[in-house]
Design a protein around this ligand. Structure first.
Ligand code: UT7
Length: 319
C-alpha cells in the first residue's frame, strides 16, 4: 500500500516584509548583504497573537478542498512545528478540534526544519502498514516569535507560514521511499535553549545558530539523504523531476542541486520570497509548484529537510 498525495495547501500571513522594511524598522543590516548571503528578498511575519494552529488550519482546509475529502474522513493528523501554540495540547489536536474531526490520531512532531520530512515519513509508515487510510500532514510555524530582533545574524533569515498535504492509501505510487536521520551530538549549533520552569522562562528563549557550522553540515546531509532515498527507489538523483529542498539559503540549495546533478530549473525555490519558514518551508514550496502547474501527476518529486537537532529527512514521491 502506498501513501499518495491527493491535496496540498498553504497559508502565508499578512503582507511580504522586504529587507528594506527591516532596515526601516531599525535592524542593522542591508538588502545587499541579505540577498548575497542568503537569496532572501522578503518574508511574511504574522501579527502578534496569530498562532501556528491558525496558519496550519487554513493550509489544512485548502489541502482538504483540493483533495475533495471532508475533515471527518481523516484518521491521522500530524503537525510539524517548533512554535506550537501551547506546551500542550498539541497543535495537531487544536487543528483537529477546529476542523471538526473526532477520533483521528493527532500529534505534533518536533524536528525543527526537518519536521515536515519527519511528519511525512511517519504518516507514510502509518498508511503503508494498512492501519490508517487518510492523513493530514501539516508544517506550521510562527518563527518570528523566537527570533532575537537584536541579532542581525539570525532575525533576517526566518519567516512565518504553514503548508499541508493530504495523503490517501492507494495501490499505485505514492511515496516511493523515505529516510529520517539525526545526530544529537550537534544539538548546540542551532537551538532555542530556554526552558519553562516554575511559571518562568529560564535561560535564553531565542533562536541561536552557528551559521557556518549549519551550512557545511546541511549541504553534506542533503546530498547524502537524496542519494539514499533515490537508491531505495531504484532511480538516479538526476532522474528526479523536481527537487524541493528546505528553504534556508539559496547557496545551500544551489550547492545541493549541483552535487546531485539536478539543474536549477528543476529546483523549486521560495526562499527569496518566504525566507526560512522551518517546518513549513517544504509544504509551502510544494503547494506553490502544484498550484502553478509545474508539478504534475506522474512527476518524481524529492523533498528534503535539514535543521536543529541536528536532524535531516527526505521523501521521494511519485506525484
Ligand atoms: O533552517 C536552519 C538552517 N539554517 C541555515 O541553513 C543557515 C545556514 N547558514 C547560513 O545560511 C549562513 O551561515 C548565514 C547566512 C547565516 C551567515 O552567512 P555567513 O557568510 O556565514 O556570514 P557570517 O555569519 O560569517 O558573518 C559575516 C559578516 C560578519 O561581519 P564581520 O565579522 O565579517 O565584520 C557579520 O557581523 O556578516 C555580518 N553580518 C551581517 N551584516 C549585515 C551578519 N549578519 C548580518 C546582517 N546584515 N543581517
Amino acid at each position: 500500500m502506498y501513501a499518495r498525495v491527493i491535496g496540498t495547501g498553504s497559508c502565508l500571513p499578512g503582507k511580504p516584509v522586504s529587507n528594506d522594511d527591516l532596515v526601516a524598522q531599525g535592524i542593522d543590516t542591508n538588502d545587499e548583504w541579505i540577498v548575497t548571503r542568503t537569496g532572501i528578498r522578503s518574508r511574511y511575519l504574522a501579527e502578534p497573537g496569530t498562532l501556528s494552529s491558525e496558519l496550519g488550519l487554513i493550509a489544512a482546509e485548502r489541502a482538504l478542498e483540493m483533495a475533495g475529502i471532508a475533515a471527518a474522513e481523516l484518521d491521522l493528523i500530524i503537525v510539524a512545528t517548533s512554535t506550537p501554540d501551547f506546551i500542550f495540547p498539541s497543535t495537531a489536536c487544536l487543528i483537529q478540534g477546529r476542523l471538526g474531526n473526532k477520533g483521528a490520531a493527532a500529534f505534533d512532531v518536533q524536528a525543527v526544519c526537518s519536521g515536515f520530512a519527519y511528519a511525512l515519513g511517519i504518516a507514510e509508515k502509518f498508511i503503508a502498514s494498512g492501519s490508517h487510510r487518510k492523513a493530514l500532514v501539516i508544517g506550521a510555524e510562527v518563527f518570528s516569535r523566537i527570533l532575537d530582533w537584536n541579532d542581525r545574524g539570525t532575525c533576517v533569515l526566518f519567516g512565518d507560514g504553514a503548508g499541508a498535504v493530504v495523503l490517501e492509501a492507494a495501490e499505485r505510487p505514492g511515496i516511493l521511499a523515505t529516510a529520517l536521520h539525526a545526530d544529537g551530538s550537534q544539538n548546540g549549533i542551532l537551538n532555542v535553549p530556554g526552558q519553562v520552569c516554575g511559571g518562568q522562562v529560564t535561560g535564553d528563549p531565542f533562536l541561536r545558530m552557528d551559521g557556518q557550522a549549519v551550512f557545511k553540515l546541511a549541504v553534506r546531509v542533503l546530498v547524502d539523504i537524496a542519494e539514499e532515498v533515490c537508491a531505495a527507489a531504484g532511480i538516479q538523483t538526476a532522474d528526479v523531476d523536481w527537487l524541493i529542498p528546505h528553504q534556508a539559503n539559496i547557496r545551500i540549495i544551489d550547492a545541493t542541486g549541483k552535487k546531485l546533478g539536478i539543474a536549477r530549473e528543476r529546483v523549486i525555490v521560495t526562499v527569496d520570497r518566504h525566507g526560512n519558514t522551518s517546518a513549513a518551508s517544504i509544504p509551502l514550496a510544494l503547494d506553490e509548484a502544484v498550484r502553478d502547474g509545474r508539478i504534475r501527476r506522474g512527476h518524481k518529486v524529492l523533498l528534503e529537510g535539514v535543521g536543529g537537532g541536528f536532524t535531516w529527512g527526505a521523501a521521494l514521491l511519485e506525484f
